[in-house]
Design a protein around this ligand. Structure first.
Ligand code: ADP
Ligand code: MG
Length: 325
C-alpha cells in the first residue's frame, strides 16, 4: 500500500530535527509557533534544490537531505546568525521509502549537529525539488552584511575552495580521480560544511561577509560591489587542498578555486586594525581560513599574480593578459 502523505510526514519528518524548548508548536498543526529570544533579530533564508540542476540526477538521497539544509545554514553563517528552526517543502515524484529514510537521515544528522528543529513544511507530488527555509537569530544590529567592507580591508576565505566543484565533476564523470582523493573531493560536494561557528565568531572581527556558493571570484565581486569598492585576490595565496592539486595540477586547481561553485565557505573582510586581534583570537590554522587579498577603491574584481592582473574569461584564465581598462 502506498504511503499516505500523513504517514510520510509522521514517519520521516515529525522527529527529524532537534528538540528545542523555543518551539511552542511544531509539525502537526496548520502552522508552527516559535518563541524568539528577547533582544534578538530574526534572520531568515530559503533555497531550493532542483533535481538535475542543483545536484546530479540520482545523487544519494542522504546528500540531498544534507545539502538542502546545509546551503541554507551557510547563508545564516554568512550573516553571523545562529540557526534555530527550519521548514521543509518537499516535492517528490513518488514516496520511495528507502529514498525517504536516507534523505531524512541526511538532514537529521546536520539538524542535530546544529540544534535545528524542523518545525513544519509541505509535501507535494511532482518532479523532485527540495526547498528548505531556515530561521535563526542574531543580537540586535550585530548581523554581518555584505555591505560593511571598505577599501583597505583585508580579505579572508575559509576552507579550500574548488574542492566541491571538482567533486561535482567527478560525480558527473567529467573528471577522473580514484581512491581517497576522489572520495574526499566527492564528499566536499555531497556533504558541504556550513561554517556556523566561524560565522558567529566573526561578528567580533569582520566588516563584511558572504558565503561562497557561486565561485570565489564572483562572490568576492558581490561583496565588494555591495561595499561600494573593488577587490584584489592574490593567486599565490589561494588555499588549495592537496587533493585538488593532485587531481588537476596547480594551474587548473587555482582556476577551480576561483571559479568553481558549491563551496559554502565564508569570504570575509577585516579592517586593518582588527587583523591582529582576529589572527590571535581565532588562529587561522585551527579555524581553517586564510588571507587571500584586499578590498580597494577601484571597482571590479581582479586576480593578481606576481603583481600582474590576470584576466578571466568563460573558457578559463588567460594568464598574464594585459587589461585594456
Ligand atoms: P496544511 O494542509 O494545513 O498546510 P499539511 O497537511 O500540509 O497541512 O501538513 C500538516 C503538518 O505537517 C503541518 O504542520 C506541516 O507544517 C507539516 N509538514 C508537511 N510536510 C512536511 C515536511 N515535508 N516536513 C516537515 N513537516 C511537514
Ligand atoms: Mg492548514
Amino acid at each position: 500500500m502506498p504511503l499516505s502523505e500523513f504517514d510520510l510526514i509522521e514517519r520521516y519528518f515529525r522527529n527529524c530535527g532537534a528538540r528545542r524548548a523555543d518551539v511552542r508548536l511544531g509539525v502537526g498543526d496548520d502552522a508552527a509557533i516559535l518563541e524568539c529570544p528577547a533582544g534578538a533579530e530574526l534572520v531568515a533564508a530559503i533555497d531550493s534544490l532542483v533535481d538535475g540542476v542543483h545536484f546530479p540526477h540520482g545523487s544519494p538521497s542522504a546528500s540531498i537531505g544534507h545539502r538542502a539544509l546545509a546551503v541554507n545554514l551557510s547563508d545564516l553563517a554568512a550573516m553571523g546568525a545562529r540557526p534555530a528552526w527550519a521548514l521543509l517543502a518537499l516535492t517528490l515524484p513518488q514516496a520511495d521509502e528507502s529514498w525517504l529514510s536516507e534523505f531524512a537521515a541526511g538532514m537529521a544528522a546536520l539538524a542535530h549537529a546544529h540544534e535545528v528543529a524542523i518545525v513544519g513544511g509541505d509535501t507535494t507530488c511532482g518532479p523532485l525539488c527540495v526547498t528548505v527555509q531556515v530561521l535563526g537569530h542574531v543580537p540586535r544590529s550585530c548581523a554581518l552584511l555584505r555591505s560593511g567592507g571598505r577599501a583597505g580591508d583585508a580579505l579572508f576565505v575559509s576552507g579550500t575552495p574548488g574542492d566541491a566543484a571538482a567533486g561535482l565533476a567527478i560525480e558527473q564523470g567529467r573528471l577522473a580521480a580514484v581512491g581517497e582523493t576522489a572520495a574526499y573531493l566527492r564528499e566536499r560536494f555531497l556533504y558541504p560544511t556550513p561554517r556556523l561557528a566561524l560565522g558567529e565568531c566573526l561578528r567580533r572581527y569582520a566588516s563584511a561577509c558572504i558565503d561562497v556558493s557561486d565561485g570565489l571570484l564572483g562572490d568576492a565581486a558581490k561583496l565588494a560591489h555591495a561595499s561600494g569598492c573593488g577587490v584584489e585576490i592574490e593567486y599565490q595565496k589561494l588555499p588549495l587542498s592537496a587533493a585538488l592539486v593532485r587531481t588537476l595540477g596547480p594551474e587548473r586547481a587555482h582556476e577551480l578555486a576561483l571559479a568553481g561553485g558549491d563551496d559554502y565557505e565564508l569570504l570575509f573582510s577585516v579592517r586593518p586594525a582588527q587583523i591582529g586581534k582576529l589572527l590571535a583570537e581565532l588562529p587561522p590554522e585551527r579555524w581553517g581560513y586564510a588571507r587571500i587579498g584586499r578590498l580597494r577603491e577601484n571597482s571590479g574584481a581582479d586576480v593578481l599574480r606576481d603583481g600582474a592582473v590576470m584576466s578571466f574569461s568563460h573558457s578559463g584564465f588567460d594568464h598574464f593578459a594585459t587589461r585594456t581598462t
